[in-house]
Design a protein around this ligand. Structure first.
Ligand SMILES: Nc1ncnc2c1ncn2[C@@H]1O[C@H](COP(=O)(O)OP(=O)(O)OP(=O)(O)O)[C@@H](O)[C@H]1O
Ligand SMILES: [Mg+2]
Length: 277
């Protein structure tokens, strides 16, 4: 897949939320987007799946001009780039497997889904996907009975049911404790590795981007100020992204995955870093 984002810009009145962003993805990658609050991370993802219309610039995927899509083609595009949110957006009182099958709604129409009429194939796929993500044992529980990390994996399973070509995640672990955050990031990484999907993931913490992503994009005031492999994300680069005055330290803080590893004697205790604007 070839994703070509060129000079993509979003203005809200006089304010520029995303300022001439240019990103080229020429093979499936796991991409982390970092930057302080208000940097434009969510707006960038929302422009990609057309939840927000760009003010100017270009976005094409495999040669298709995404910004020009209308009607059915636009609906298909939204299915092609499934989005995951911080708040999971599950139906709390519905059981897990039904929540997952709702990922197929656009295939069958809302009415059939409303009456929980799903083809056997969907049921099998849903259970298989839950198995992949290590939560099949919860298939028949109500979504609201699951932990945050389990619910987010249900949301990932639902997204996969769309058979997407790309996965967009807007702060998928921002409201999770370290253990659950790890499970969710591990799930995204597994999907990238096994299915060859491009994953673009907004993240608040540096160490998470370093640990799980091949490529990191740093945004500041709407502009992309860093784009490179996680290994190039030095402290200097981080200061450029977060600003010299940013409260950040290479030694861990409470929500850092590495801090957890340190407490539990895990492998990645060595190089924790966390930045929060
Ligand atoms: N619908 C909107 N109307 C007006 N301004 C907006 C709107 N959405 C976003 N903005 C502004 O655009 C800028 C970028 O916002 P965005 O939500 O993309 O940042 P972000 O990097 O996702 O921040 P956070 O880490 O807090 O989620 C901010 O200044 C924000 O106030
Ligand atoms: Mg955001």
């Amino acid at each position: 897949m070839l994703v070509k984002i060129k000079s993509l810009t979003k203005r809200f009145g006089a304010a520029t939320a995303v300022d001439r962003a240019t990103i080229l993805v020429d093979r499936p990658q796991m991409i982390g987007i970092i930057g302080r609050s208000g940097a434009g991370k969510s707006t960038l993802l929302r422009m990609i799946n057309r939840l927000t219309d760009a003010t100017s610039g270009e976005l094409s995927v495999d040669g298709v001009d995404v910004l020009a899509l209308r009607g059915k083609a636009l609906r298909l595009w939204r299915r092609d780039c499934a989005m995951i949110f911080q708040q999971f957006n599950l139906v709390p009182r519905l059981d897990v497997v039904t929540n997952v099958m709702l990922g197929r709604v656009s295939d069958h129409g809302a009415l059939r889904s409303m009456f929980n009429i799903f083809p056997d194939e969907d049921i099998h796929d849903a259970v298989r996907t839950l198995e992949r993500l290590g939560i099949a044992e919860h298939a028949l529980k109500r979504a609201e009975a699951l932990s945050g990390g389990q619910q987010q994996r249900v949301a990932i399973a639902r997204a996969l049911m769309q058979r997407p070509r790309m996965l967009l995640a807007d702060e998928p672990i921002a409201s999770l404790d370290p253990m659950n955050a790890q499970a969710v990031m591990g799930a995204l990484r597994k999907i990238h590795d096994e299915d060859g999907l491009t994953v673009m993931c907004n993240l608040h913490t540096l160490d998470t981007a370093r640990r799980y992503c091949d490529r990191v994009i740093g945004m500041r005031d709407g502009r992309i100020v860093f784009d490179g492999p996680a290994s190039a994300l030095t402290e200097t680069a981080a200061r450029e992204i977060y600003g010299a005055g940013a409260d950040f330290s290479e030694s861990a803080t409470s929500t850092s995955l590495s801090a957890l590893a340190a407490r539990t004697g895990g492998p990645s205790a060595a190089a924790p870093a966390r930045v929060r604007a």
